[in-house]
Design a protein around this ligand. Structure first.
Ligand SMILES: [Mn+2]
Length: 331
């Protein structure tokens, strides 16, 4: 599928002031697409503001050294966000995902545009440039740059490369296609150095994080004929290693790397004694259905729920639910 960028090219030519927004808890595809698009519009002499429902997470600030992406009501007012000709939403088409920026987007008199690759979608009342076959929104922005005849510099290409590389798990997920690689190759031709982007994204761990990972991985247990792996994190682990709660990300995915493991979960004890469960599956087991049993939810292959403590009780309950799911014939 290719997008007809003609109507958007016209909107860009005819207007001067642009606001760009992406989803809550922005990832590198959200921020990279926003920054790539902003820098393309800069080059065309446009005025651009990036207004987000969340602040930029620390580990992605390298993409935005100028700090252009600002949180609504924290660097930019609703009035300022409304004062524009075009409001573009990238990497989402859901009201819930733009959170409090919906107050701006519902009210604005600006032209509304969505550029996205997600399947799920609300009617945002915008002109849509949507391609659910694109592996990242960064692919779409790169194709837009080409349609606009903008030859990207390294500075403009780096956030787009980061967007594509992260949404494809550094080109290893099933959404990696020839088109993905060809787009990435063009960005490398513009001056992107993949090794430097990789270092910024994945090789800036703290010693505390590494020690937490060592401790938590040393406790991984495997059950049900090697089909389920699980582990846990206690509040005491954070105190002993100096790591932060965000340092537990990816630990559950590490459990899935064991040969023969079909599902995995990690339990993280919270400050208030509750137990946060993250569940993963790489087969027919629907972990969203399991999370829903405990008031949580998510996707078939990745879900989460919050359970009452203590940890041992939460662990028993999830093990029972997982055991039942693994006994069902593969769906
Ligand atoms: Mn994306």
């Amino acid at each position: 599928m290719t997008v007809d960028w003609g109507p958007l090219a016209e909107i860009i030519v005819e207007n001067e002031r642009f606001v760009i927004t992406s989803h809550v808890r922005p990832d590198a595809d959200a921020l990279g697409s926003e920054l790539g698009l902003a820098r393309i519009l800069d080059r065309l002499g446009k005025q651009v503001r990036i207004v987000n429902p969340s602040a930029t997470p620390d580990h992605l600030k390298f993409l935005d050294p100028e700090g252009r992406a600002v949180k609504l009501r924290n660097g930019v007012t609703i009035e300022q966000a409304l004062d524009t000709d075009v409001h573009l939403i990238v990497d989402t088409s859901a009201w819930q995902q733009i959170a409090d920026v919906d107050a701006v987007f519902r009210k604005t008199t600006a032209r509304k545009v969505v550029i996205d690759h997600h399947v799920s979608s609300d009617d945002l009342g915008a002109l849509e440039f949507k391609d659910t076959t694109a592996s990242a929104t960064g692919v779409l922005i790169t194709e837009l740059a080409e349609a606009l005849g903008v030859e990207l510099t390294e500075h403009e290409a780096v956030p787009l490369y980061a967007a594509i590389a992260t949404d494809t798990g550094w080109f290893r997920f099933s959404n990696t296609e020839g088109r993905t690689m060809r787009t990435a190759a063009r960005l490398i031709d513009c001056g992107v150095r993949p090794n430097l982007v990789y270092q910024q994204l994945y090789e800036r761990s703290s010693l505390s994080r590494l020690k937490l990972h060592g401790c938590v991985l040393s406790r991984v247990a495997v059950e049900f004929d090697g089909r389920l792996a699980h582990t846990f994190v206690l509040q005491a682990d954070f105190r002993q290693t100096g790591a932060h709660p965000s340092d537990t990300e990816d630990l559950v995915n590490d459990c899935l790397t064991i040969d023969g493991v079909a599902c995995a979960f990690i339990l993280v004890e919270q400050r208030n004694g509750q137990i946060k469960a993250s569940l993963r599956s790489r087969t027919g087991v629907d972990v969203a259905a399991i999370a829903e049993l405990f008031g949580g939810g998510g996707h078939r292959q990745a879900s989460g729920a919050m359970l009452p403590g203590p940890l041992a009780t939460a662990q028993t309950r999830i093990l029972q639910a997982m055991h039942a799911a693994l006994q069902e014939p593969a769906g």
